[in-house]
Design a protein around this ligand. Structure first.
Ligand code: DX5
Ligand code: ZN
Length: 222
């Protein structure tokens, strides 16, 4: 279901990284049937993170087979070099990392100019002050709650400081960007993340790994 307007509404975004890639079309259909709101697509280039996942053509395959909201997370060194291809591939939200090798403000401007929601992400070890200069130019802040690169890792509680700082900053300046968390999100850690101010919850293992995905999505929503 397409939702983007209210940063208070809880949005559940299963990450395709944890899906059964041998049955991808059915897995996406399962996610849609489960009541999830977005599909989170983890793009990895083997440079920005120590893993390689998929590119624009893979994203295009998904977006052209199911009408849904596609939340594309670019864990790549040169997002500026690929923005046009992921926009063309049908991304509804396109998130770039503040640590990557690009002009962050210019990338965010180009994403919005294409009519796509603009997201900015920071790794667990990155200080929140690094994203502050851009918070008035984004629709979504993605606080990584694991070191990016792999699913199935343990939630890092210390990242809640950035979630709380983002919420405080947003309220102080009357902004309305979504706060998304990503990595190690299960029923219990979803409560912690929501309590600190996150409203978009990415779940790979906890969603696609669940025998009953509908129940898993409901549990994550709280
Ligand atoms: C990690 C990805 C996450 C990951 C989440 O780099 O950005 O989206 O797939 O997977 P789980 O929910 O299994 O930790
Ligand atoms: Zn992700």
């Amino acid at each position: 279901m397409r939702k983007f307007d209210d940063p208070e509404e809880i949005i559940i975004a299963p990450s395709i990284l944890a899906a059964d890639w041998s049955r991808l079309a059915e897995e996406v259909a399962r996610a849609i049937r489960s009541g999830a709101d977005w599909l989170h697509l983890d793009v990895m280039d083997g440079h920005f993170v120590d893993n390689i996942s998929f590119g624009p053509q893979f994203v295009q395959t998904l977006t052209s087979t199911n009408d849904f909201f596609y939340d594309v997370h670019l864990m790549i060194e040169r997002p500026d070099h690929y923005l046009d291809r992921f926009i063309k591939a049908g991304a509804d939200n396109l998130t770039v990392h503040v640590e990557a090798n690009h002009d962050v403000a210019e990338s965010l401007r180009r994403i919005r100019a294409a009519g796509v929601k603009a997201g900015l992400s920071l790794r667990p070890e990155t200080d929140f002050s690094l994203v502050e200069p851009y918070l008035d130019q984004i629709d979504l802040l993605l606080v990584m709650t694991v070191v990016p690169g792999f699913g199935g890792q343990k939630f890092m509680l210390e990242t809640m400081a950035s979630v709380a700082a983002a919420k405080k900053y947003r309220e102080a300046r009357g902004l309305s960007f979504h706060i998304e968390v990503d990595g190690g999100i299960y029923e219990e850690t979803a409560v912690t993340a929501r309590d600190h101010g996150a409203n978009v919850l990415v779940a790979g293992t906890a969603a696609f790994g669940a025998p009953d995905m509908t129940a898993a999505v409901r549990a994550l929503r709280g």
